[in-house]
Ligand binder design. Structure first.
Ligand SMILES: NC(=O)c1ccc[n+]([C@@H]2O[C@H](COP(=O)([O-])OP(=O)(O)OC[C@H]3O[C@@H](n4cnc5c(N)ncnc54)[C@H](OP(=O)(O)O)[C@@H]3O)[C@@H](O)[C@H]2O)c1
Length: 391
């Protein structure tokens, strides 16, 4: 018999009869997965929206109809980004659609080579191929690109930026006209590691991730929803986004496998962490796992430091670091959950404890919203610094 935990789950449109769950899809919200995932708190609007000068910018969002693109539009609005005009770009499939921005309906245009004339800042989340093809076109038209794909991240002439960690790197945008947004799992890991590395030097990192399906985009969100609905109704289901069923499963496989036995996602965490922390001597090993969660990546992170640091010192370092919140009260069952992180921009850290198997070891559990801080918010924060300090 299938037993479901209904806590934190909106089931008002589900009819449970003799163990069979019948879902009335007609009554679900337009985005059905939102009903399953609905966080108890709605989106928290960052109080750190920066106050800009009077200068306003022509801004384009490439990949505007996607999971990240949608959130970017919301972030530009929530954080009151000083736009003069906005342009929303996607594939030819989306031409004819309209997206809302500050009460206006903006028609989606096809992403093309000539899309960036007169645009000051373009935030890209249209995938690797379009970034490879169109980011240089945008840059050659004098537009600065903030790119979410992995295409440009390890290019030595492209800064890879988490604004709380290495904002100074943004100055390097002049080399290619492109700034890269790191991988979602990397962003949430380097945030709490930065103050620890500065204080006592990190020698080695061992990380295992538990990544939400929204990290693969809107098709994967639908696939988890569709498979879950089919399974709880004892129906057949399709597998198309991942190589195996994701519903009620964990897949130790994110992005493609490389010759060294790691996946590309795992090597992104290794290479990007070293680039952002500006230290190639850190030993890093990663295992990245896709789990049947809609929003919010979780990570088990073990570090070894050069100098000893106590658990109390780590807590204090993290409490004082921007963008990080310590949520660590195991006696009262308080530790970060994906459902806590979803819908907010703070990276949550808990389960901070000593690893007694090595001289200077610390374990922690790090959770963040992969679409917000892991992608859209981080990109908009970069654009804010760019606009305020460089353009
Ligand atoms: N999801 C995350 O947590 C996350 C985190 C960090 C980085 N990223 C990166 O952000 C990018 C987008 O991810 P996503 O999750 O938002 O994916 P998604 O939901 O699948 O959205 C993809 C977007 O790209 C557009 N697009 C696809 N092919 C295109 C083409 N040839 N020309 C123009 N537009 C095209 C799509 O337009 P149509 O709607 O017209 O198809 C859509 O707007 C990827 O590079 C991803 O690696 C994602």
């Amino acid at each position: 018999m299938l037993k479901l935990n209904l806590k934190n789950t909106c089931f008002k449109h589900f009819n449970i009869t003799k163990g069979l769950i019948i879902m009335d899809l007609g009554k679900l919200q337009t985005s059905p997965y939102r009903a399953l995932h609905a966080s108890p708190k709605s989106v928290v609007i960052s109080k750190r929206s920066i106050i800009m000068s009077e200068k306003k910018f022509h801004v384009a969002v490439a990949g505007a109809t996607g999971a990240v693109g949608n959130q970017m539009i919301a972030c530009l609005e929530e954080r009151n980004f000083p736009t003069k005009t906005v342009k929303f770009l996607a594939s030819s499939r989306s031409v004819g659609r309209e997206l809302r921005f500050r009460g206006d309906r903006i028609p989606v245009e096809e992403l093309r080579e000539d899309s960036f004339k007169g645009v000051d800042i373009a935030i890209f989340s249209a995938g690797g191929g379009p970034s490879q093809e169109f980011a240089p076109c945008a840059a050659s038209d004098g537009c600065v690109v903030v790119d979410n794909s992995s295409t440009w991240r390890m290019d030595p002439d492209v800064p890879l930026v988490v604004p709380e960690v290495n904002p100074h790197a943004i100055a390097g945008h002049t080399k290619k006209g492109i700034i890269a947004n790191p991988n979602c799992s990397t962003i949430q890991m380097v945030l709490p590691l930065k103050p620890i590395h500065d204080k006592c030097g990190i020698r080695r990192i061992v990380v295992s991730t538990y990544q939400a399906v929204s990290g693969t985009g809107k098709k994967a969100i639908d696939e988890l929803f569709d498979q879950t609905r089919a399974m709880i109704n004892f129906l057949d289901y399709d597998i198309s986004v991942y190589p195996h069923r994701i519903a009620f499963n964990c897949l130790p496989h994110i992005d493609k496998f490389l010759e060294n036995g790691y996946t590309k996602e795992e090597m992104k965490m290794v290479d990007e962490t070293r680039k952002i922390l500006e230290d190639d001597t850190i030993g890093i090993t990663a295992t990245t796992v896709r789990v049947p969660v809609f929003h919010g990546h979780s990570e088990s992170v073990n570090i070894e430091t050069k100098d000893h640091v106590s658990v109390e010192e780590v807590r204090s370092l993290l409490q004082n670091f921007p963008g990080v919140q310590v949520m660590d009260d195991p006696a009262n069952n308080r530790y970060p959950l994906a459902t806590d992180a979803a819908g907010q921009d703070t990276t949550l850290v808990g389960r901070i404890r000593e690893d007694k198997s090595v001289p200077n070891g610390i374990n922690m559990w790090i959770v963040a919203d992969n679409i917000r801080k892991g992608a859209a918010t981080n990109a908009v924060q970069i654009a804010e610094i760019l606009a305020k300090e460089y353009l």
